[in-house]
Design a protein around this ligand. Sequence first.
Ligand SMILES: Cc1ncc(COP(=O)(O)O)c(C=O)c1O
Length: 444
Amino acid sequence: MERARLVTPGGVNSPVRAFTAVGGTPRFIGSAAGARLTDVDGNEYVDLVCSWGPMLLGHAHPEVLAAVHEAVSRGTSYGTPTRPEVELAEEIVARTPVERLRFVSSGTEATMSAIRLARGFTGRDVIVKFAGCYHGHVDSLLASAGSGLATLAVPGTQGVPESSTALTVVLPYNDRAAVTAAFAEHGDRIACLITEAAAGNMGVVPPEYVEVGGDTGGGAPRMSGFNQFLSETCRRNGALLVSDEVMTGFRASRQGYWGIDGAHEGWVPDLMTFGKVMGGGFPAAAFGGRADVMGMLSPEGPVYQAGTLSGNPVATTAGLATLRLADESVYDHLNAVADTITKAAGAALDEAGVPHVVQRAGTMFSVFLGLTQAVVDFEHASAQDTAAYAAFFHAMLEAGVYLPPSAYEAWFLSSAHDDAAVETILVALPGAARAAARSAKGPA
Ligand SMILES: Cc1ncc(COP(=O)(O)O)c(C=O)c1O
């Protein structure tokens, strides 16, 4: 780590890896297989980060590796169209509501390009996002709410000029009144609203469902989800809805969060963004959506977008192998393991007297310590007890379980999390809960 810090700011190539939020020194991982990471000192950990989401099938899955080895043996990049990128695009089109898509190399590039396309398609300039939703480090999306709810945003970090966030409106997640007010104020200028399909970057905070009257037949009340509401609001105002599934895509369910929410009638995103799982552990991401909107993209249309390594044959081969292997049985397994771990974590925290809230979005989940009410937005998520989480994290690490080194992250599982891996987690939880109790603040 000392050598790393000399040559790289913070010793890391993405800030959350530095353990800043939990203290201590990051583990340098030398290899990984299945559900386990091995650090360069030979210590083994059951991995609940899974490279921040991508490793849906676990590390070094033999069939994914075989496909990658075969692809690499034919060269690694040609800068021309290739077969795997078409096949991966077809697989994504078959699983999601997107009609056409384009590959890029990171989630950041996907959301950046989707916003440019939405602006080009609508001829409008303002964009709307939610506090606590992360869409990568795009200048216009690293924004914090301005002085009033419907006012334009201010930069969320140094280095972003005010002019880059002056066309962004930042609203509280799940707040329908704030969305309505922002569209009343800026409606005819809003090009798009971008939202995580279910928020995963402030911990897991799903979109809220409310009863809207009437019933669906069997006496069940008709429900409207926050995403449906956003879709209707965008449609009424001539804006596009961009549903960011970089984290949830092919992860929350086989069809992403869309597959869960799609059970509820009445909304289709105009554009979607994907990353993580669809790259099978390689840098690959995509944005896609309505055929008429995607037709605006260069070279068919006037909105420019490009990339030297976009649709890279090795990355798309890894993604294709991953998605083809990820059938319903994988998600059934992930859901069953998520049930077991969330129940055990809840029981251990109850036993230790630590207030907590566990939230799920399909197979994804996270645990908020120090809270007792369901978390619906970033302000509420920010009231969690991060010191208790740091104690919990380190106790789990000592016991051989690698959790996200931040309280604001989802816990990720893989199909390789077998009974032995789950057992390691179950054995570790009670001691970690007691460690959290020792540093807990009490309920917020
Ligand atoms: C929802 C969401 N969108 C976009 C991104 C950015 O993706 P990348 O880190 O590949 O740039 C992330 C990364 O965590 C994400 O979770």
